[in-house]
Design a protein around this ligand. Structure first.
Ligand SMILES: Nc1ncnc2c1ncn2[C@@H]1O[C@H](COP(=O)(O)OP(=O)(O)OP(=O)(O)O)[C@@H](O)[C@H]1O
Length: 297
């Protein structure tokens, strides 16, 4: 254990102009946001309503958008700037992987899905040849409950959204990353399969030592899945901590409003407990946050 945090986000801001590039009024989509993911693998959730700045944070962590102010350090090293210790693109892609909202957009309709997994293994030099690429893809697919044989020769239209999101997760796992940034990863997945994907994330944290940033507007899955939660409103973090503290005893009116927006929040919590039991497996080390509130590492 080195004690170096996986990710340190410090005073991060991103400004845009509202109403046109020139002459539009400047505003901060993300305003002075700070948080840390410790060395111990965990799920850190960023929750907020539409437009609160969640995706902009994800895009800055994924280096798709430059911060206007502040810094992001990955394993103690800066993501941007010109310093010698800046993480280069190749290393970055091995350490940090994205999972996006719509798995159907993550793959081309004209290539068999397994081609993406092989390509990831070769491009990120996890494999030196096709045989090794197939082996790496198979290991990753098995860790999400699939196999190379099962997906071989199939195109996206032959999978459900849930299966395809599992394949996206497998693709992200191929380089054995330290961090996965998942932006609304279950919002387009059929409700009946949503919890199996969420449980899969917990399983991956426990078994593969990968940390997750889970971005969502859905308080109930965040509560269930997370070790830490930050609630965002108009670009700022308004409340953060362990889910049981925040969501069982919200301090901010905005958090209470978010909770009220879920029609029957009490029912959802007990529904999640039941689903947790349904999907429980001796191999899955995680027990739900509901039953075992996580400690803030
Ligand atoms: N490239 C851009 N140019 C101008 N404004 C932007 C840009 N990207 C995001 N914004 C604005 O920044 C604010 C935050 O957007 P962001 O997508 O980060 O929010 P979000 O919480 O992820 O919302 P959603 O859940 O709807 O995706 C919004 O007002 C959005 O319109």
């Amino acid at each position: 254990m080195s004690g170096v945090p996986i990710l340190e986000v410090s005073n991060l801001s991103r400004s845009y102009r509202k109403g046109g590039l020139f002459g539009g009024k400047p505003f901060k989509a993300v305003d002075d946001v700070s948080f840390t993911l410790p060395e111990t693998p965990q799920v850190f959730s960023i929750v907020g309503e539409s437009g609160s700045g969640k995706t902009t944070i994800a895009r800055m962590i994924l280096r798709l958008v430059e911060p206007s102010e502040g810094s992001i350090r990955l394993l103690g090293r800066p993501l941007s700037g010109k310093g010698a210790d800046r993480i280069d693109n190749f290393e970055f892609r091995r350490l940090v992987q994205p999972i996006f909202q719509n798995p159907f957009e993550a793959f081309s309709a004209y290539l068999p899905v397994e081609a993406y997994l092989r390509r990831t293994a070769l491009n990120l030099r996890v494999a030196r040849n096709e045989a090794e690429a197939i082996a790496a893809a198979d290991v990753a697919l098995r860790s999400v409950g699939l196999s190379y044989e099962r997906i071989r020769g199939k195109y996206i239209r032959q999978f459900s959204g849930g299966e395809l999101q599992r394949i996206s997760v497998a693709r992200a796992l191929i380089p054995k990353p330290k961090l996965i940034v998942a932006d609304e990863p279950v919002s387009m997945v059929d409700a009946s399969l949503r919890m199996s994907i969420v449980n899969l994330f917990r399983q991956i944290v426990g078994e593969q030592g990968v940390s997750f940033i889970y971005i969502t507007h859905d308080l109930s899955t965040a509560y269930y899945l997370s070790d830490q939660v930050s609630i965002m409103n108009t670009g700022r973090v308004v409340e953060s901590g362990v889910p049981t503290d925040i969501l069982d005893n919200p301090q901010q009116a905005y958090t209470r409003e978010l909770m009220a927006a879920i029609p029957s929040v009490g029912d959802r919590w007990s529904e999640l407990d039941a689903i947790d039991e349904q999907y429980s497996h001796p191999d899955i080390r995680h027990q739900s946050a509901l039953k075992h509130p996580p400690t803030n590492a």
